[in-house]
Design a protein around this ligand. Structure first.
Ligand SMILES: Nc1ncnc2c1ncn2[C@@H]1O[C@H](COP(=O)(O)OP(=O)(O)OP(=O)(O)O)[C@@H](O)[C@H]1O
Ligand SMILES: [Mg+2]
Length: 145
């Protein structure tokens, strides 16, 4: 005969009471330990979002700071999502973004440019009249859209 033992988190074995107890343990633990450094947290695999803004991508890692003013965001990645980019100071100055039509090239260029501008790096854009880049307004950089 098989025997199964189930550990209870609260005296009340009802599902709702157990969920409540688990939530209380999680809240107490978060309050006691705060933000645990990445290396000491259990491994987590995040789902890739279907849409994300530059601000949201950078906020994924609160400890993140661009390694140089020429660091440009190209997306998010990793098991535990974090900003992924290219440091044009280290791996530049040339960097090609290529792909078939509608593969996301302009979106990537916009995100990369936005992060360069946030670092105070001057950007010169050369773009056709009808381009997502043409939406930028002058003032923060030199434009040639
Ligand atoms: N990483 C991504 N994940 C999901 N959707 C994306 C991603 N990047 C871009 N898209 C979407 O795919 C579509 C095409 O993107 P985008 O215009 O950037 O591509 P493109 O390669 O520049 O296209 P085009 O050939 O028109 O120049 C847009 O609707 C955009 O929102
Ligand atoms: Mg395009």
């Amino acid at each position: 005969m098989d025997e199964t033992q189930i550990g209870l988190l609260a005296a009340d074995p009802a599902g709702q009471a157990q969920v409540r107890a688990l939530r209380e343990i999680a809240e107490e633990s978060a309050a006691r330990h705060g933000r645990v450094p990445a290396g000491r947290r259990p491994m987590r695999v995040d789902a890739l979002p279907s849409r994300i803004t530059v601000t949201e991508a950078l906020a994924l890692d609160p400890d993140f700071s661009a390694p140089s003013p020429l660091w440009a965001l190209i997306g998010v990645g990793g098991d535990e999502l974090r900003p992924v980019g290219v440091d044009l100071e280290e791996n530049g100055p040339g960097f090609v973004i290529a792909g078939p039509p509608k593969s996301g090239r302009s979106t990537l260029l916009v995100a990369a440019t936005e992060t360069l501008l946030r670092s105070g790096t001057p950007v010169v854009l050369v773009a056709p009249r009808r381009s997502p880049c043409a939406n930028w307004t002058a003032g923060t950089a030199s434009w040639a859209c």
